[in-house]
Design a protein around this ligand. Structure first.
Ligand code: ATP
Length: 232
């Protein structure tokens, strides 16, 4: 597995949130993590990325143990985290936002490759990122992560608040990243969208992984249909 999480426990102060979470994402694979609000999906990404320190368990990338390493080192270790709410630096230009992501590699990111994935950013490179649409800002946030040439990318609800067409565009790009050999860990509330693109899925409940399978297997389960697909 390119990204391997084993027996992870983590929380906030005395509050235990993650309990014995294990999952893995291969190179060239999309794993989606779904679950109700408060299930611990964001906490999982934070613990993997070193924003909070796991109390037990391990995180490995390409076989190297990175458990609890400082977040600012994660990009150079091959792991990119695109957090919730598409954090861009609104007063910086699109180009400068992208360049920030390249710092992990000494400033040599592949801007052309990012623009090839997100052609709409090209005419906007010199525009302040804060003036972009929500979808375009999400593209900048993903593009910034890609500038560090990661082996694995984790995204926290990239589709939130975006129009279906833009969601589809973002999902298509995630598919291309998978085809280029990245390990993609996708946290989504939009189960329809993420099941449409993912190779495998896990369902989290109260800080634990309770179900795992392919999207096709999971949609057959009434509990998944009722909880995440509106019973359809
Ligand atoms: P959502 O989809 O709503 O973001 P989630 O599955 O990502 O949900 P988390 O945000 O990981 O869930 O939250 C899991 C639990 O951790 C919740 O009970 C939440 O209240 C708690 N929690 C999250 N952040 C903090 C924090 N900074 N301090 C204390 N508790 C927190």
């Amino acid at each position: 597995m390119m990204l391997e999480v084993s027996g992870l426990h983590a929380g906030y102060g005395k509050l235990g949130v993650l309990h014995d979470v294990s999952l893995g994402v291969d190179a060239g694979e999309i794993l989606t993590v779904v679950g109700a609000n408060g299930a611990g999906k964001t906490t999982l990404l934070r613990a993997v990325n070193g924003l909070i320190r796991p109390t037990a368990g391990s995180v490995k990338i390409d076989g190297t143990d990175i458990t609890g390493k400082p977040t600012e080192r994660m990009a150079s270790l091959g792991l990119t985290h695109v957090p919730e709410n598409r954090l861009c630096f609104p007063t910086l230009t699109v180009r400068d936002n992208l360049m920030l992501g390249a710092w992990a590699r000494g400033g040599k990111g592949d801007e052309a490759a990012v623009l090839e994935l997100f052609p709409r950013l090209e005419p906007r490179l010199n525009q302040a990122a804060g003036t972009l649409s929500g979808g375009e800002q999400q593209m900048v946030a993903i593009g910034r992560g890609l500038m560090a040439a990661p082996k694995a990318i984790m995204l926290d609800e990239p589709s939130i608040g975006l129009a279906p067409k833009v969601v589809a565009e973002i999902m298509r790009v995630l598919g291309r990243l998978r085809d280029q050999g990245l390990a993609v860990l996708l946290v989504e509330q939009n189960v329809r969208a993420s099941f449409g693109i993912a190779d495998r899925a896990v369902v989290m409940q109260r800080g634990r992984v309770v179900l795992e399978g392919t999207p096709a297997e999971l949609v057959e389960l009434p509990e998944v249909r009722n909880a995440y697909l509106g019973g359809a």
